[in-house]
Design a protein around this ligand. Structure first.
Ligand SMILES: [Zn+2]
Length: 192
């Protein structure tokens, strides 16, 4: 039986300093994480459609990665990339450990942005777009990769942290809903 979430595991924030995580847990305990994020990023972007997303990404690519392979397709993905675990894989684990991602990078000229970013602060869309564009040139989450990210977006590291906080806040909201009593018709019937 799961214990109450006294100290949430914070899977989106692995690799960050323990002091920072304590601050995050403090905000969570006070129920203020979502509020703090909304205050810091009150705006919403206007990149609504796949066509607008393509133009948005292509403009950044033209500015910073003119020589990278052309983009075949850019789209909001409401399927597998929207899953929290898939997003974690997308973002990596915020360490400089090399991550082998198999044959996935071959297909990276197609950029899929998790649809959760469709209704998001402009800075969060910027962060994930910069991240995916950097993968056109650097496949692993290593020093060269992050150098490219900060070249395109000087505030990249702060924004990635904020996006991870945002994903954490959403995961906690989901968990809260799932933990509500009487909403799990598949729960096993208690047997003696
Ligand atoms: Zn990545």
């Amino acid at each position: 039986m799961p214990a109450p979430a006294v100290a949430p595991a914070l899977p989106y924030l692995s690799g960050y300093a323990p002091e920072l995580l304590e601050q995050v847990r403090g905000l969570i305990a006070q129920g203020r994480l979502g509020e703090v994020l909304r205050q810091r990023h009150p705006d919403r972007h206007e990149v609504r459609t796949d066509r607008q997303l393509y133009d948005h990404v292509a403009a950044l690519k033209t500015r910073y990665l003119r020589n990278a392979a052309p983009l075949s397709r850019v789209l909001y993905d409401s399927s597998q990339l929207a899953r929290p675990d898939a997003l974690l894989q997308t973002l990596g684990t915020h360490t400089t450990v090399s991550r082998v991602q198999g044959g996935k990078l071959k297909a990276k000229r197609e950029i899929r942005i998790a649809s959760v970013f469709k209704d998001a602060p402009a800075a969060f869309l910027q962060m994930i777009v910069v991240h995916e564009l950097a993968h056109l040139k650097e496949r692993e989450h290593d020093r060269a990769f992050y150098a490219l990210c900060t070249h395109m977006e000087p505030d990249y590291h702060q924004l990635e942290f904020d996006v991870r906080l945002w994903l954490t806040a959403m995961a906690l909201e989901r968990a809260g809903r799932e933990a509500a009593p009487g909403v799990s018709p598949d729960a096993p019937v208690a047997t003696p």
